[in-house]
Write a protein that binds this ligand. Structure first.
Ligand code: AMP
Ligand code: MG
Length: 366
């Protein structure tokens, strides 16, 4: 006959079971409520002569750390390759030697130059990375405080033209002496795309990369439906013109409000029209939303040159691209694509869709 355990042992067993039961429940609740994703931030860092910020969402903090460093390394790597300010960059090597001989370049530089040429053709030459001689001429004008002469403008123009840039296999050659490539209107976007790629590879499930206000987001933020990205207000330092809901899209802004060549007290935009060698004048700022930061960067510059009407028509004709621009004439309304409304975040104070002069007035009243 089996031995019957005494009453105190039974009681102890019940207490133990009760404790285990409660512990399992607490652990279960913890597991359910614990955040499945952690968020990491690079903080503000410097790259490409501006500030950048990377945000990474991943299951663990160590994945976030790795993804942020991988993304930031890409920004630094692409800058070192494509900067025209750095004498040791691959781009500088091309600028020095490509008229004398074909220069072999990296896959990345070839990809950027091939994409640049494609969009030069699409924009009828408004976007053109061979703009270097014109940029140089205006840099000189700024230094000497003297407007370039007609002859100087014509001479610079003769050295510009995407059709004079010869890309073959993995080599680059210039058809005209004195040509100079300037990737200022595309390299930032390309670097952002490369950084996003590296972050995903490192295990990030979501995040964004912001370099000087140009941004690309990927995945969903952990607690909200959308990433909320602000378009900078050219009229106020650090001010936001409009906030956008932007998931898996990129935003780039080109403007004449921060970078310009001042000559004889007049500000000349740093964006030049390749057909005249003159600075563009019609738009204060152009923001483009596209699927990649490279395309957004290119198109924002292209529209700045093309101007409001034709620029709007061009963007309306390209799938999955949107645009909002501020005309230089402050009495005019903001101009935007019809479909941009789907991105506008209505939960924020409505800043947009008024005239720039109204915006300025609102700010003065604040
Ligand atoms: P973003 O700020 O992207 O519009 O780029 C402007 C920079 O691109 C300028 O500072 C120049 O270095 C270069 N750039 C100027 N005009 C043009 C143009 N028409 N096409 C391509 N790049 C340009
Ligand atoms: Mg650009």
């Amino acid at each position: 006959m089996a031995e019957i355990p005494d009453k105190s042992f039974k009681r102890q067993l019940h207490v133990l079971l009760a404790i285990i039961f409660v512990a399992v429940i607490i652990l279960g609740i913890r597991l359910i409520t614990a955040p499945k994703h952690k968020t990491g931030s690079s903080g503000t860092r410097e790259v490409m002569g501006t500030f950048c910020r990377l945000i990474s969402v991943a299951p663990t903090n160590s994945i976030n750390d790795a993804s942020i460093e991988a993304g930031y390394s890409e920004l630094v790597r692409i800058d070192a390759m494509m900067s025209d300010y750095k004498p040791e960059s691959q781009l500088s090597e091309v600028n020095t030697n490509a008229f004398k001989e074909s220069v072999t370049v990296s896959i990345e530089l070839m990809e950027v130059l091939t994409t640049a040429k494609k969009y030069s053709a699409l924009s009828d030459g408004a976007f053109d990375v061979t703009i270097g001689p014109v940029v140089d001429l205006w840099r000189e004008a700024k230094k000497k405080n003297a407007i370039p002469t007609k002859q100087q403008l014509a001479e610079a123009k003769a050295k510009v033209g995407y059709e004079k840039l010869i890309l073959e296999n993995n080599t680059v050659r210039f058809a005209v002496e004195g040509m100079r490539l300037d990737l200022g209107a595309i390299a930032k976007g390309y670097a952002i795309d490369k950084a996003v790629e590296a972050m995903k590879l490192a295990g990030a499930t979501a995040g964004f990369v912001d370099v000087g206000g140009d941004v690309r987001t990927f995945g969903k933020p952990p607690t909200k439906k959308h990433w909320i990205i602000g378009i900078q207000d050219p009229a106020s330092e650090g001010g936001i013109l409009l906030t956008l809901k932007l998931n898996d899209m990129a935003l780039a802004t080109s403007g004449d409000y921060r970078r310009y060549d001042e000559v004889k007290g007049k500000k000349h935009s740093h964006i030049k029209d390749p057909s005249t060698s003159q600075s563009v004048t019609k738009l204060t700022s152009v923001s483009v939303i596209a699927q990649t930061a490279t395309i957004a960067d290119i198109l924002a510059t292209a529209v700045s040159v093309i101007g409001p009407e034709k620029g709007l028509a061009m963007i309306e004709a390209i799938e999955n691209t949107d645009l909002i621009m501020i005309p230089a004439d402050q009495q005019q309304d903001l101009i935007h694509t019809k479909t941009i409304r789907k991105y506008v975040d209505n939960t924020q104070p409505p800043a947009g869709y008024t005239t720039v002069s109204q915006l300025l007035k609102q700010q003065q009243e604040k």
